[in-house]
Unconditional design. Structure first.
Length: 462
């Protein structure tokens, strides 16, 4: 596919800072070709450039369980347990899983990816653990469900990093998976076969798409199996870590260390790794894991929804840590709201304002820049800046929006994140594929129709 295009922006966030009258070219293979400053608008438009308002590098959505999107809004009633929690929510999720077919998953994943693009994300990391048929029997193709995520990406045009998940045990005592988990389970040999089949399924996608792996968590994978899982790929390695207090207690009882302590002592975390949530860390754990170079995969909306806790972002960033943003359960896919929720959690904890701002960068600028850089690292994707040679993952905000009128630089970013929402997103490109125009995905009508049919089939699943 030829992605060649030229974009002229009133202002753009370049690696060296904000610039005006920026002309950016997209090469035919979907990478950024050249970036020029101080190009007059009339000259650029006369040469055929497309006009944009505020041009930004589009972040990666670094953590998604696509199928959970179909549960949005259905888990807010209190169950029989007087102390509703992540664990009672999980039981509802397991019940829902038993109804999902490959066709349902393809339709749901396409909607999720479309909504990510419309929210401003240029790529997605799918932490994919729904592998088997109801009851746990494998499909004839072990990567049947992975192929449906790939099918959705081919339809939506999103950049995809696919992470098949190894999920073997129901807990650290090695107990078998429960009935609700049967569709996830693989032993190491079966998982290696599944990974290879998923990699073959990914082959038809454009060259910006990548493979990685995800050992689900210390609860679900034998600690001794972690090196072999990571060795299957040269891509990213993601794992849930230290999300819930009960999980921390279980790991400490079984392994003699808290989860982050155990990882630091036994896994040699490095920049290829991304640890998801990390909402239950002590100060020394936060500082040490940040220094390892690994990314913290944060999902502030989902973490708020599930009552996980508050990630110590100030300490993490002060220790040189990188973070990425993901939408996890996909109950609300909203880039600006994820960043706003992260900052507001710090304010509520510390009873302060502009907690993550620095003398050099406003709150919005620091949040956005960190999410862009960390997301590129977490996805193993050559993106994250408006720099020649990187994939053209681009986000254009609408300067015609009433709240952005006259706003420039960091003030414009702050306005988008703290006073705006996705309605400010006008255009999004993923590796040069112009998938969102005037705030709408180019395939929106067909994607919405397919999702509606899938939800009709699933009516009553909860």
């Amino acid at each position: 596919m030829n992605h060649a295009a030229t974009i002229w922006a009133e202002q753009a966030l370049l690696p060296e800072g904000w610039a005006s009258d920026v002309l950016l070219t997209i090469a035919p293979e979907g990478r950024i070709g050249a970036v020029s400053r101080d190009v007059p608008r009339a000259q650029a438009l006369q040469a055929g450039a497309e006009a944009a308002g505020i041009l930004l590098p589009a972040p990666v959505n670094a953590h998604s369980h696509a199928f959970q999107r179909a549960m949005a809004g259905l888990t807010e009633a209190r169950g029989p347990d007087p102390q509703d929690s992540f664990w009672t929510w999980r039981q509802l999720m397991f019940r829902f899983l038993d109804r999902l077919t490959p066709e349902h998953v393809a339709a749901i994943a396409a909607l999720v990816q479309m909504e990510m693009l419309e929210a401003g994300y240029g790529a997605s990391v799918e932490f994919h653990y729904l592998h088997h048929q109801p009851g746990g029997a494998p499909y004839a193709d072990p990567a049947e469900m992975s192929a449906r995520i790939v099918e959705a990406a081919a339809q939506t045009g999103i950049g995809l990093t696919l992470l098949p998940v190894q999920y073997q045990f129901g807990g650290l005592d090695g107990r078998p998976l429960g009935p609700g988990q049967a569709r996830f389970g693989t032993d190491p040999e079966a998982f290696a076969r599944l990974y290879k089949a998923a990699a073959r399924a990914l082959n038809p996608l454009p060259g910006d798409c990548r493979m990685g792996v995800a050992p689900h968590s210390l609860r679900a994978v034998a600690p001794g199996a972690l090196p072999a899982i990571a060795a299957l790929t040269d891509g990213p390695v993601h794992m849930h870590l230290a999300e819930q207090q009960a999980e921390v207690a279980e790991v400490e009882a079984a392994l003699g260390r808290r989860p982050v302590e155990w990882v630091l002592e036994n896994m040699a975390p490095d920049p290829r790794m991304c640890f998801i949530h990390c909402t239950q860390m002590l100060p020394h754990e936060t500082e040490a894991l940040a220094r390892s170079g690994a990314v913290a995969g944060l999902c502030p909306i989902t973490e708020s929804s599930l009552g996980d806790g508050i990630f110590d972002a100030l300490r993490w960033l002060s220790s040189g840590g990188r973070f990425a943003i993901g939408s996890d359960s996909n109950i609300c896919i909203a880039l600006a709201e994820e960043l706003r929720t992260l900052e507001y959690s710090q304010r509520l904890r510390d009873r302060a304002r502009a907690v993550l701002a620095t003398p050099e960068e406003s709150t919005g600028r620091r949040l956005y820049a960190a999410a862009v850089a960390g997301g590129a690292q977490a996805a193993g994707r050559e993106c994250g800046a408006l720099r020649p040679g990187l994939w053209a993952d681009l986000l254009a905000l609408d300067t015609g929006h009433v709240d952005l009128a006259g706003r420039r630089g960091d003030t414009a970013l702050d306005t988008y994140i703290f006073a705006g929402d996705d309605r400010m997103v006008r255009s999004v490109w993923s590796a040069g594929r112009h998938m969102v125009r005037n705030g709408r995905h180019i395939g929106r009508d067909a994607i919405i129709a397919a999702y509606g049919r899938a939800m009709g089939d699933l009516a009553g699943a909860l």
